[in-house]
Design a protein around this ligand. Structure first.
Ligand code: CS2
Length: 485
């Protein structure tokens, strides 16, 4: 049995492993990150690992909001884990940027101390779309159970919004400086939405002075993040152990491509971020829209259509000639038409690059993983594009296919008793079980979901009919007829 990966064991690592290029004992925490899931550890923690060679004051205190799993895995490893980057020749790198892992329910005061610590310059988050507790219009959802709980008991927060505002309250009371909040989630205007929700929460608490302080002293730049990161499984654990010669309880894997674009300049930290490969732009909206609509819109369409056709992974679905061609046309025609490329953005090349990434057989990315949380993902990934297409008089038939496939996915899962992973799972199960296969009636049941479908779309006859047509084709004996070009 190999010994565990940890600081003391680094000297025993296999020579092929890339080690942190800095002295870990000299690093200091400068970032508090909420949500140290696989994507954070494959992406932001990787970029910060590169930064630490230039600025040892940017180590991460990772905070899990709900469960002990990450702390249980990385605590005995001094926060270390391995990252396998699947390029032509896979590489394995030890990531040392996470110095401490705390679990919110059992470490409240320790987390508040970090948030009030003046040497902490950044708070960041990877909590997925649902973690911001927003309404479809992007405001704080004051009816959200977690927000209600945090308003009732603000000193024991459960949500990202509750934690940040309570932490800033202590920071302000201690006379601390402002800080920068970096959202690393797939939301358009992710920084602005986090800022707006935080201000609304502080005001709902009646703490208007704090809200003004946040307005003046905390910056929330928007950011676009991208790296395809398949979930960790036992096969990856075995591969990591074989490559390292040590046991890593939670190795991470990702594709070779990784991109982090920030709207704004980060002041004195910009050079360190740029040195690590982070890019800055004054037109973050163009980068966010392109990524969320092209890559994530294709991902969600592939997930639900691919599962209907019996595929398990992204590359398997893309290898289907008809489906692969459909996705390429969807991207190059329907989604590209909704984008406004900025200076230096070459959409055709960007689309070709994304298609190659989706077709990469070395990346075993489960469609079932992408299919989670459809009620939170589809509005920003496909519904906004559809709305704009209808308003511009552009065709929307290909765009609605992914939505129709999601409806069929929910109906099939709910009627076969399989779990639906989605914040609206209870409501979706009710709808799915009520479906009887009559296309327009089934579609109308889903369109009644105001938390997903805006009135503008629900009242659009063309949208409704296109949905019903695609839904009927996908449910029928020849589902591929739904994506005949
Ligand atoms: C995926 C994303 O699971 C999903 O919803 O579409 O996690 C995707 O892999 C990342 O956004 C890629 O940057």
């Amino acid at each position: 049995m190999n010994s565990r990966l940890c600081d003391a064991a680094l000297s025993r690592l296999a020579p092929s492993a890339i080690l942190p290029a800095y002295d870990r004992s000299a690093t200091r925490i400068g970032v508090v990150h909420f949500g140290p899931g696989a994507f954070h550890r494959a992406h932001q923690a990787f970029f910060i690992d590169r930064m630490l060679a230039h600025d040892p004051g940017l180590a991460i205190c990772a905070v899990s909001l709900h469960n002990e799993a990450v702390r249980a895995a990385l605590g005995p490893q001094d926060g270390l884990y391995s990252l396998i980057v699947r390029e032509f020749e896979p590489s394995i790198r030890i990531i040392g940027s996470i110095k401490t892992v705390l679990t919110a329910p059992s470490a409240t005061e320790a987390i508040f101390a970090r948030l009030a610590d003046p040497t902490v310059r950044f708070v960041s988050a990877t909590v997925t779309e649902k973690g911001y507790c927003l309404t479809p219009s992007g405001d704080l959802d004051l009816s959200h159970p977690g927000i209600g709980q945090d308003l009732a008991d603000p000193d024991n927060p459960q949500t990202l919004i509750g934690w940040l505002v309570a932490g800033l309250r202590r920071r302000r009371a201690a006379g601390g400086p402002g800080l920068t909040a970096l959202s690393c989630d797939n939301l358009s205007g992710n920084g602005a939405r986090w800022r707006g929700a935080s201000l609304q929460f502080a005001e709902a608490c009646g703490d208007f002075d704090l809200a003004r302080w946040i307005e003046d002293r905390v910056v929330f730049p928007d950011g676009m993040v991208d790296a395809i990161t398949p979930a960790t499984d036992e096969g990856l654990r075995s591969e990591a152990e074989q490559r390292l010669g040590l046991l890593d309880a939670w190795p991470i894997q990702r594709e070779g491509f990784a991109q982090w674009v920030i709207g704004g300049d980060l002041g004195g930290d910009a050079a360190t971020f740029a040195q690590a490969g982070v890019t800055f732009t004054r037109d973050i909206d163009a980068f966010e829209r392109a990524k969320l609509r092209l890559l994530n819109g294709a991902h969600s369409t592939l997930a639900y259509v691919g599962l209907r056709l019996g595929f398990a992974t992204v590359s398997q679905a893309m290898a289907d000639a008809k489906l692969g061609a459909f996705i390429e046309t969807l991207m190059r025609r329907d989604i590209a038409a909704s984008l406004r490329p900025t200076t230096g953005q070459d959409l055709n090349s960007y689309i070709s690059e994304i298609l190659a990434r989706l077709r990469n057989p070395a990346i075993v990315h489960q469609l079932s993983q992408i299919a989670w949380d459809g009620s939170q993902k589809l509005p920003v990934r496909l519904l906004e594009t559809i709305t704009e297409a209808l308003e511009a008089g552009r065709p929307a038939a290909r765009l609605v296919t992914g939505i129709a496939a999601w409806m069929l996915f929910i109906r099939t899962r709910s009627q076969s008793g399989f779990t639906i992973t989605d914040p609206l799972a209870e409501r979706l199960n009710e709808i799915g079980r009520a479906c009887d296969g009559e296309a327009i009636a089934d579609v109308d049941r889903f369109l009644a979901l105001r938390a997903v479908f805006p009135a503008r779309l629900v009242t659009d006859a063309q949208f409704r009919m296109a949905l019903a047509t695609a839904y009927g084709q996908l449910a029928g004996p020849d589902p591929a007829s739904a994506f005949a070009l």
